[in-house]
Design a protein around this ligand. Sequence first.
Ligand SMILES: CC(C)(COP(=O)(O)OP(=O)(O)OC[C@H]1O[C@@H](n2cnc3c(N)ncnc32)[C@H](O)[C@@H]1OP(=O)(O)O)[C@@H](O)C(=O)NCCC(=O)NCCS
Length: 186
Amino acid sequence: MPIDAPTPHVTAGPRVGLRPFTPGDAAEFTARAAESTALHRPWLFPPLTAERYAAYAGALTGDPSRAGFLVCEHGGDPGAGGPIAGFLTVNNIVRGAFRSGALGYGAFAHAAGRGLMGEALGLLLAHAFGPMDLHRLEANIQPGNAPSRALVRRAGFRLEGFSPAMLFIDGAWRDHERWAVTAPCG
Ligand SMILES: CC(C)(COP(=O)(O)OP(=O)(O)OC[C@H]1O[C@@H](n2cnc3c(N)ncnc32)[C@H](O)[C@@H]1OP(=O)(O)O)[C@@H](O)C(=O)NCCC(=O)NCCS
């Protein structure tokens, strides 16, 4: 593969593909995250500097309890990497009898509201319940985060419960709804 070839997709659909975070994505990721603060706050705080991106991406790629995927829109030129539309992470992966992980995600502003994250989440579910050999994915969402609740509901997640003061976000312990989906049992 040529040295500047785009990183291959792990999985792809009609409009987007998922691929790993790489060190070379730092400039685009942090620029798009900076453009997206109005969309992300107060729910999400992705890295905005090269140094923080390196720590974030490094932790996602070097830890079996985590996985991360960039959501990339297909490029216009054959072989060209498309723009990064957002990202999906799977955290707190536990194996054994649980085979579960906790989702994180964000769209970038230029891509939001176009159905790209919905397609990406569908791809991630198939990948998680296939090659990643997980049985369950959960998404913990603050009750006021309507776009996030809508995204997981459309993807087939069910509301399993409510946990007061569950996660420390933006300087305080925030209540969360616990949404989850399990693999089709066969
Ligand atoms: C949550 C978040 C990732 C959802 O992203 P999104 O861009 O709204 O999601 P989608 O790409 O699926 O787009 C959803 C909308 O696009 C619409 N849409 C437009 N074109 C579409 C198409 N061709 N196909 C499917 N849907 C399309 C959908 O109908 C949907 O509209 P609706 O919400 O009015 O029903 C985004 O709002 C975000 O980044 N929020 C801030 C970060 C955050 O909250 N993270 C999660 C913390 S728990």
